[in-house]
Design a protein around this ligand. Structure first.
Ligand code: GAL
Length: 817
């Protein structure tokens, strides 16, 4: 009685304030998370069922999966393995094991016989085959695509059902970077009444038709799917602002005649708030499908209003204002967590990049997880959403080129339809460094793929990340259908792009490929190394400890240092923007080294999420905050000549002091991006002071450190959600007795977690570290180590105790709510 009464009040109150907010209205269409309670077996189960020929035994309800491991998704079995040179993935994919795995989930649904039930997989790497109660529902080779099956025909209402998924990542190599293996993204169950008309999956396309400070016009195209013709429905569109207030609504009666029909509507918003990286304002669009007075389907779409265009002279304009695209490329792995999707992990990456002043991400070279795009919308990142790394011509023996002929149309259309309402997504890339650019077959394929994108999203430009700058030789460009010239590297031609690609906007779709190991410095800092030097001279074993200097003085021959490319892109308005390869180090592709190097050196931030020095170069150039970054560390041999660099911004000069004595004032001259001193080392304190018109802006010190004496723990967050997924990233710093970071400490640390949390992984950011990410012990590297703590589903306190050889233990409490 009391509950009913309370509910009634609640309804009355919310009715009075905002009739039918997204939260209060009944939704016949439910989307349930389906991640919990799976069973997993690593390896194949080759036996077929006794009762049904050709059906794998592990797919049948009768199969005994009790001995299998219990787990919740998302799950990546590859990251759980041990590094080995003998793993079939090889060094390019990170040297961890791949293979075949099976997943099963037993579930009951209430006996609502009229419902339609779908299962949605956000992504399975790769070659998945899905079965329900022994019936094969389908296969999907592409490891990055989202897909759905209709469970309804084989579903037993009110009884046990068994869903089984075989994942086959055995054929190796199939990638140029770490992929992970398994059901590494979320799974959802969608339940809706078996109505004769519904809103089609990914059936809504909401776009900004026009935008001014006074008024915005939202165009909504809704695709309806009917199983029986000639029905009179009404489509209601309502827009709510971020506070849940209804601000626009419109209704359209429509007679459905065909299986698929698309209904066009316009809504006018007064005084709209435009979406931008600086103010990522989001609205919610509610689409309701009515049959008479009855609500038969309903969908909620988060949208942003923004207006943009490319200009071949001015670059990129967002909401009528010039915006340089300051982007980075990202692969999808989360370092020690592998490919298993985690919103807290992705948010941390994006927060670190946001602080740097980055405003755009290229999801190289595949469709990302949906949650990644949600975060980009919320946090203000433009996204170049990329489809493929290869078409018909392979880059690896068992890669997607084998599936391309049969699947590319479906995969590309599904990607575009899934992602087209994200305000952050501003351009589609139909491929990265596709070999068909050198072959006439590239012309027809480019036309076909571009047409697929346009048919599903006529509102955004299409590009491809190409490498051939000679337009006559480049068959993708020759197709004549791309909106934007997308070129990887070749920064030396930025000054000529107007002549080379007349009439077309230009985007540096991939740049730089500088290589660095955090905290390692090779002198002299001002001599630039190309590792490798050329395609013919590989740079193997260049530093015996598999490090690369972090002075921004090393790059691959096809790329440049960070400064070399940014200097050229910065001064040239014709270059709409750039995507630096890469924001974070990723597993695999450890150019310039062979084994035991197993993760990349290209990141501005290392694999553990610790910024390298070049992070502050970008921060000084891209962000609006004053920056002063002084490096390297100050632990050298007495008398050794050391190059000291400072990145700075919002100041006109920097003065350097060693043990209180001035070593002179330096200013960036011309297009310089840092200042440098070359001085003999003497232990003590190095101090930099940045000034503007005589006023001190910032000061920074680096101290000579003594031996490791204690541990310092710093968590990025100390309050977590008790949802089984939320994460705290705890940085473990090795300090000397005076509290200064010991810059070369490789102390072995052990982590013990008690209470309502578990250890999700450990890392130190060193590219040739072969310790498992899953151990409770890990060596620090150059003074730092990382422990990732995962909240359990139960609220409470989490205590982390860290000990390090010979050092007093340290502890930290995290609250999980
Ligand atoms: C590019 C390629 C990237 C990565 C990079 C390394 O050519 O598109 O995927 O391999 O080189 O420098």
């Amino acid at each position: 009685m009391r509950i009913l009464y309370a509910a009634g009040i609640c309804l009355l109150l919310s009715n009075a304030a905002t009739p039918q907010t997204p939260e209060t209205a009944h939704n016949p269409h439910q989307r349930l998370n389906f991640d919990a309670g799976w069973k997993f077996h690593l390896g194949d189960i080759p036996e077929t069922s006794e009762s049904a020929a050709n059906v794998p035994a592990a797919a049948t309800p009768a199969f005994n999966d009790k001995p299998w491991r219990s787990l919740d998704l998302p799950h990546d079995w590859t990251i759980e393995g041990e590094f080995s040179q003998n793993n079939s993935t090889g060094q390019q994919e990170g040297g961890l094991p791949a293979g075949i795995g099976w997943y099963r989930k037993t579930f009951k649904l209430p006996a609502t016989a009229k419902d339609k039930v779908y299962i949605d997989f956000d992504g399975v790497y790769r070659n998945s085959t899905v079965f329900l109660n022994g019936q094969e529902l389908g296969k999907r080779p592409n490891g990055y695509i989202s897909f759905r099956y209709d469970l309804t025909p084989w579903l037993k209402k009110g009884a046990d059902n068994v869903l089984a998924v075989r994942v086959d990542n055995a054929a190796q190599p199939n990638s140029r970077w770490y992929t992970g293996s398994g059901i590494y993204r979320h799974v959802w169950l969608e339940i809706q009444p078996a109505a004769s008309v519904t809103i089609d999956q990914w059936g809504i396309l909401a776009s900004t038709a026009s935008l001014s400070e006074r008024q915005g016009r939202l165009h909504v195209a809704t695709t309806l799917r009917a199983i029986q013709g000639a029905q009179a429905v009404t489509i209601q569109q309502t827009v709510y602002d971020a506070e849940g207030r209804q601000i626009a609504t419109g209704s359209l009666p429509y007679t459905v005649n065909d299986t698929l029909s698309t209904v066009q509507q316009d809504l006018v918003l007064t005084g709209p708030k435009a979406w931008s990286p600086d103010r990522p304002y989001l609205y919610t669009l509610e689409t309701r499908l009515m049959l008479g007075p009855k609500l038969i389907d309903r969908q909620s779409t988060r949208i942003g209003l923004r207006d943009f265009h490319f200009d071949n002279r001015q670059g990129f304009l967002l909401n009528d204002r010039h915006l340089k695209i300051k982007g980075v490329c990202l692969h999808h792995d989360l370092g020690a967590l592998g490919a298993a999707v985690n919103t807290a992990g992705m948010r941390r990456q994006l927060l670190i990049l946001k602080e740097m002043g980055c405003n755009a991400i290229r999801t190289s070279h595949n469709p990302p997880a949906p949650e990644f795009l949600d975060l980009c919308d919320e946090m203000g990142f433009l996204v170049m959403d990329e489809a493929f790394d290869m078409w018909q011509k392979k880059k690896n023996k068992f890669d997607y080129s084998l599936d391309f002929p049969q699947w590319h149309r479906r995969d590309l259309a599904d990607q575009v339809r899934r992602d087209r309402n994200h305000p952050g997504v501003f351009i589609w890339s139909i491929g990265n460094e596709i070999r068909e650019q050198f072959d006439k077959s590239g012309i027809e394929l480019t036309k076909e793929l571009t047409a697929i994108v346009r048919a599903n999203d006529p509102t955004r430009p299409v590009t491809s990340a190409m490498t051939e700058p000679d337009t006559l030789e480049n068959n993708i460009w020759q197709a004549g259908v791309l909106d934007v010239m997308g070129l990887n590297y070749h920064q030396q031609i930025y000054d000529e792009v107007l002549q080379k690609f007349p009439g077309h906007p230009f985007l540096a779709t991939e740049t730089t490929s500088a290589e660095e190991t955090r905290g390692h410095y090779d002198m002299p800092s001002d001599s630039i190394r190309r590792w490798p030097t050329s395609a013919k001279v590989p740079a193997v074993g260049v530093n015996r400890d598999y490090t690369v200097s972090a002075y921004d003085n090393v790059s691959a021959y096809w790329g440049s240092t960070h400064e070399e490319t940014w200097r050229l892109a910065k001064r040239n308005p014709v270059v709409a923007g750039l995507f630096v390869w890469t924001g974070f180090d990723y597993l695999g592709e450890p150019t310039p080294y062979r084994w035991p190097a197993r993760s990349s050196y290209f990141g501005i931030v290392d694999l553990a999420g610790f910024p390298k020095d070049s992070y502050y170069l970008y921060q000084s150039e891209w962000s609006s905050k004053p920056v002063l970054h002084l490096f390297p560390h100050w632990n050298w041999r007495p008398g050794e000549m050391v190059d000291v660099w400072a990145y700075y911004s919002q100041a006109s000069e920097v003065e350097l002091f060693l043990n209180g004595k001035s070593l002179g004032v330096k200013r960036k001259e011309g297009d310089e991006l840092h200042v440098q001193w070359r001085i003999p080392f003497e232990p003590g304190v190095l101090k930099a002071v940045s000034r503007l018109r005589g006023k001190t802006i910032l000061e920074e010190e680096v101290h000579t450190a003594g031996a490791p004496a204690r541990l310092q723990l710093i968590a990025d967050r100390t309050t977590l959600h008790a949802d089984g997924n939320d994460l705290a990233y705890v940085t473990i710093r090795i300090l000397d007795a005076n509290g200064y970071l010991v810059p070369n400490a490789d102390t072995q640390v052990s982590v013990d977690i008690t209470g309502e949390g578990t250890l999700a992984g450990m890392d130190n950011g060193y590219q040739a570290d072969l310790e498992s990410f899953r151990g409770t012990r890990h060596k620090a590297f150059n003074g730092l180590c990382l422990a990732i703590v995962r909240a359990k589903k139960k609220a409470g306190r989490i205590t982390l105790r860290v000990s390090g050889a010979g050092l007093p233990p340290a502890s930290l409490d995290i609250t999980s709510l």
